[in-house]
Design a binder for this molecule. Structure first.
Ligand code: F3S
Length: 101
């Protein structure tokens, strides 16, 4: 499956949801999560995210593996996000901080 990792936090650009063919993204006020039971592993979302927050499960570093469970748990509780929303107010600053402008 694919997993939304730490960089989504403070950004929530939601570009990913516009390319997902199966609506596997769920969200709260801070960030998005992928439902691993719905994701078809197409990888379309990886280049769509401006801060590189989405990774394939097998590409995660040891530190990032916690996101597998977090995505699964949160996705099951939160509503599906299907359309682009305004990024968080901190998004552009976070993208600059990551050197991704
Ligand atoms: Fe988050 Fe990137 Fe999507 S910042 S909302 S994973 S486009």
């Amino acid at each position: 499956t694919h997993v939304v990792t730490a960089n989504c936090q403070a950004c929530r650009f939601t570009d990913c949801v516009t390319v997902c063919p199966v609506a596997c993204f769920h969200g709260d006020e801070e960030r998005l999560y992928i439902d691993p039971d719905v994701c078809v592993d197409c990888s379309a979302c990886i280049p769509a995210c401006p801060v590189g927050a989405i990774k394939e499960e097998f590409d995660l570093s040891g530190d990032e593996e916690e996101w597998i469970q977090i995505n699964a748990e949160k996705a099951s509780d939160l509503p599906v996000i299907r359309s682009k929303q305004p990024p968080l107010p901190t998004a552009d600053a976070r993208r600059s901080e990551l050197g991704l402008n």
